[in-house]
Design a protein around this ligand. Structure first.
Ligand SMILES: Cc1cc2nc3c(=O)[nH]c(=O)nc-3n(C[C@H](O)[C@H](O)[C@H](O)COP(=O)(O)O)c2cc1C
Length: 408
């Protein structure tokens, strides 16, 4: 929740530099992130705008908006997630197989959020081996670094099904170390201790997202020593949990119980969703579906248009190999559902498994599946990543009338 702070009057009588320094100090201390100045303030509304605001803007910590008689300013929200990840806004674009790329990740990170390279990032064909995948990932990481100097993360898939090792995970680990990547979004059925240990030994921050989260599993995950948790509700796009627990149900249960910071995921597409997540104690949002429908995302324009067009009630859903899958009712999706209802799971996989890339990336709305959040019904436009982030930032800070920013 944004916090306000009353600037003691004598402070404002000092020079503009001194006032700006004081505000910067509070900002870094994390005690203030909204600034309101009334026109009749004795320190002088006009002077403050003319003299202090430009210094704060130079420092890169202030955005301003005017109302009739009040300056509403936003000192970029600072919390444990922005601090952990070294980002301006606690907004992270999800790791999504096929539909991330260096350009997309750099666009999110440059806009002040954090972009995450997902599996097959920037690719149009599957890698032929773990070594081939590692080469491609290395190139994509280098591209991100050439495009932005802001922090970004890489998706890290813990070995599953009780395994303690996986050749693809090992290959990704080696790339992270060689390329000096500092952050991972790790996913799995549980935290694998060997993996966490070696990531930590290389000082890599680990944000863990359980594929089928429950209260007990996430409490355990905290004990294992991860840095933060992503709590994913059933509204989410992509692979869905074994348990049909919504974001609204799950997030507050977890934030009440764990001490490490929590990021909410699943069905969040705008500032209103982000505000709800923050109200439930989350300190960040992790969004996939909304970011697919952006100009910089590598998904086909047909996929993006399908996201804009779909209504929430139109999706179909079925049990997939490891969890559930929701899709826009394409021919492939309908066929998969029919086969699953007949108990023909292996045959169904051909449609939904192989259809994933051709639907999401290539935009084939007949032979592919479009697996996104039901919240897609609320997405109306293809925006830039900057526009998506700006809307959320504005909403979680400027419009927090109910939050308690004090007038100075
Ligand atoms: C098309 C698609 C593919 C995804 N693939 C992955 C993946 O490979 N790895 C992963 O950790 N999460 C994956 N996800 C899940 C996202 O990381 C995230 O949890 C989800 O998108 C959040 O819900 P939202 O789409 O409602 O914002 C995928 C999501 C989508 C929509």
């Amino acid at each position: 929740m944004p916090k306000g702070y009353r600037v003691p009057k004598p402070q404002l009588m000092g020079s503009a530099e001194k006032v700006a320094e004081t505000i910067e100090h509070w900002y870094h201390e994390g005690v203030m992130d909204i600034l309101l100045i009334r026109q009749d303030h004795p320190a002088g509304f006009e002077d403050f705008i003319k003299l202090v605001v430009p210094i704060l803007q130079d420092k890169g910590i202030f955005r301003k908006e005017y109302e009739e008689d009040t300056l509403r300013g936003n000192l970029f929200m600072k919390n444990r997630i922005t601090q952990l990840l070294g980002i301006e806004h606690p907004i992270i674009s999800a790791a999504m197989t096929w539909v991330t790329s260096a350009e997309f990740v750099a666009a999110v990170s440059s806009a002040g959020g954090m972009g995450v390279l997902g599996p097959n990032a920037g690719q149009t064909e599957k890698a032929t081996s773990a070594e081939d995948m590692a080469d491609r990932l290395t190139k994509e990481i280098r591209k991100v670094k050439a495009l932005t100097n802001k922090p970004f993360a890489v998706n890290y898939i813990f070995p599953m099904g009780g395994a303690t090792e996986d050749p693809f995970t090992n290959a990704v680990f080696d790339v992270l170390v060689k390329e000096d990547v500092k952050y991972v979004i790790a996913i799995g059925q549980n935290v694998v201790d060997r993996e966490l240990k070696r990531l930590k030994e290389h000082d890599i921050k680990v944000v863990y997202r359980d594929l089928s989260p429950t209260v007990e599993k996430l409490v355990e995950a905290e004990k294992s020593g991860v840095d933060a948790l992503i709590v994913t509700g059933y509204e989410a796009g992509g692979h869905m949990s074994d348990y049909k627990i919504s974001t609204l149900s799950l997030v507050p249960q977890i934030t009440s119980l764990v001490k490490i910071p929590v990021i909410a995921a699943g069905g969040i597409i705008d500032g209103r969703g982000a505000k709800a997540a923050l109200s439930m104690g989350a300190e960040g949002v992790y969004m996939g579906t909304r970011f697919i429908a952006t100009k910089e995302n590598p998904a086909s324009i047909e996929t993006k248009k399908a996201i804009i067009k779909v209504k929430s009630e139109e999706f179909i859903e079925f049990k997939s190999g490891t969890g559930h899958l929701r899709t826009i009712p394409t021919e492939a999706g309908k066929k998969a559902l029919e086969l699953i209802n007949q108990g023909k799971h292996a045959e169904a996989y051909k449609y939904y498994g192989e259809g994933f890339k051709i639907g999401m990336l290539d935009g084939d709305l007949v032979n592919g599946t479009i697996s996104v959040s039901e919240s897609a019904g609320g997405i109306q436009q293809i925006l830039t990543c900057q526009e998506v982030i700006d809307e959320i930032v504005k909403s979680i800070s400027f419009d927090q009338k109910e939050a308690h920013p004090k007038l100075i």
